[in-house]
Design a protein around this ligand. Structure first.
Ligand code: DGL
Length: 259
């Protein structure tokens, strides 16, 4: 299948950590990114609401004639994939299977930590996926609800973030995990802070896991052309643009998606 146009959505800026990696590896792709800033956060919403929002996002991206949809939101991926797969014809890549696979590839002692939003942890999606692939693996989980607002505020390496992280990660210290799944696309920018607390632990980010999944499952040939990156948000907050540019390392023209 020849993939040229890729739709990516998240509740906010977090999914740009995935979009950035996809763009760097496959610069010829046209990428349509949607941050559902009007409805963020998803992490404390119910399953029905998360599915409803995810469907709206996918429907918006569908209008660009996308060949592939990346649900760059672990919370949405935890609940809405079966529904989206029924509604749309294009292939859909979520965050759970790629992240679980990569963690199992990297762990040496089969003790895997998982952090995510409340909804992602509650869903048990990662645990189930990991147990399906390897019954021996042990998964230790912690919901980290304050991480998303800290990232949306741009406090990637701040003392406040470090205090919060120390509290959330404390439980992992005695579990001897050697791998930690960052089960939220907002978290990779926190790696320097997380590394201060768990220095010897391998961190699995959704962006890297997605790239590996794309390379293994889709024939994305490199082409000699430059694709476009269009960034939409459902709410025109000036703050989103600022953080998005910080995250992407480039200027963007933020467009409004009225959905
Ligand atoms: N970035 C989303 C994720 O990967 C969550 C952010 C939110 O709570 O809306 O789970």
């Amino acid at each position: 299948m020849n993939i040229q146009k890729v739709g990516i959505f998240d509740s906010g800026v977090g999914g740009l950590t995935v979009a950035k990696e996809v763009k760097a590896k496959f610069p010829h792709l046209d990428i349509f990114y949607l941050g559902d800033t009007a409805r963020l956060p998803y992490g404390d919403k119910s399953e029905e609401t998360i599915i409803k929002y995810s469907y709206k996002n996918a429907k918006f991206l569908f209008t660009f004639g996308i060949d592939l949809l990346i649900v760059a939101c672990n919370t949405s991926s935890s609940f809405s994939l079966p529904f989206l797969e029924k509604e749309f014809q294009f292939p859909i890549v979520g965050m759970i299977n790629p992240g679980a696979n990569l963690a199992l590839k990297r762990t040496k002692n089969n003790k895997i930590g998982l952090i995510g939003t409340r909804a992602t942890i509650r869903s048990g999606a990662y645990r189930k996926e990991i147990e399906k692939i390897n019954k021996e693996a042990l998964v230790f989980e912690a919901a980290c609800p304050l991480f998303v607002p800290l990232v949306e505020e741009g406090l990637f390496e701040d003392e406040v973030t470090e205090i919060v992280a120390r509290r959330y990660l404390k439980g992992f210290l005695e579990k001897e995990i050697d791998t930690l799944i960052l089960g939220c696309t907002h978290y990779p920018v926190l790696i320097p802070t997380l590394k201060k607390i768990l220095p010897d632990v391998e961190m699995i980010s959704s962006g890297e896991a997605t790239l590996i999944h794309l390379q293994e499952n889709f024939h994305l040939q490199k082409e000699n052309k430059r694709g476009v990156l269009r960034v939409f948000a459902t709410d025109r907050s000036t703050h989103f643009k600022e953080i998005a540019e910080k995250l992407l390392g480039e200027k963007i023209d933020l467009e409004l998606a009225s959905i």
